[in-house]
Ligand binder design. Structure first.
Ligand SMILES: Cc1cc2nc3c(=O)[nH]c(=O)nc-3n(C[C@H](O)[C@H](O)[C@H](O)COP(=O)(O)O)c2cc1C
Length: 209
């Protein structure tokens, strides 16, 4: 078994370390965040750090890297207050990956990477037509993490679209049926297989292991 300590981690080459540390937090969603600037330039970028923060109010968070050359997503969210989270469907995984390239702010990754903007009612931010599960959010708050200059961006769900057949009677979502993929690290995309299903865990009903 390999065993690394803080001292080892510090000696690793930057990209090697980033791949390793990003990978060990496990399988994550492959999500395209759609935004539009105040000037009307749409933007699309892949993010895997999406996390559910609570269901009532329905809040979703994601981690924004230190903002510099990249950061159009963040700037658009702060400027306009709206964004969308769109799960990546298997057949679009290559195009989705390349939304992470540093396109100029004036270039829309929707066009550059072959995705279609779709608008729901008067909601400001663009959804991805090719995405089976889509969430429209209104920016709620951000937390600046001083330790490494990242940010937790929190939004409240205003819209949710998903295929009818993927919504189960108890409210669970069958992500496999929706055809969405997962990411590990910054380069590996996966189709997760469901291997178990269990009821709400009560001590009184727990089997003996
Ligand atoms: C698989 C994958 C996952 C990523 N996840 C994140 C993430 O969670 N947070 C982040 O800030 N950047 C993430 N990135 C990097 C962004 O996609 C990249 O910085 C992009 O250029 C940001 O676009 P923007 O400048 O239009 O906002 C990820 C990249 C890849 C390939």
């Amino acid at each position: 078994m390999l065993h690394f300590t803080t001292d080892h981690l510090k000696t690793f080459e930057r990209f090697y370390r980033a791949n390793l540390i990003n990978g060990i937090s496990g399988f994550k969603p492959a999500a395209l965040i759609g935004t539009k600037s105040g000037d009307g330039v749409s933007n699309l970028a892949i993010f895997s750090s999406v996390v559910h923060l609570g269901a009532d109010p329905a809040l979703i968070g994601f981690i924004q890297r230190p903002v510099g050359v990249s950061g159009d997503t963040y700037r658009n969210i702060l400027e306009t207050g709206y964004y969308t989270i769109n799960h990546v469907e298997e057949s679009t995984v290559d195009r989705a990956h390349y939304t992470s390239a540093r396109f100029d702010a004036g270039v829309s990754e929707f066009e550059a990477c072959g995705f279609t903007e779709e608008y729901l009612g008067d909601f400001f931010a663009p959804f991805v037509r090719e995405s089976p599960i889509r969430i429209g959010l209104q920016f709620a708050e951000e937390f600046h993490i001083r330790r490494n200059d990242t940010r937790l961006i929190i939004g409240e769900i205003r819209h949710l679209t998903l295929p009818e057949e993927s919504l189960l009677p108890d409210g669970n979502v069958d992500l496999n049926r929706a055809g969405v993929v997962s990411v590990s690290g910054l380069a590996y995309y996966h189709k997760p297989a469901r291997i178990g299903e269990f009821p709400y865990a009560r001590v009184a009903e727990a089997p003996k292991f």
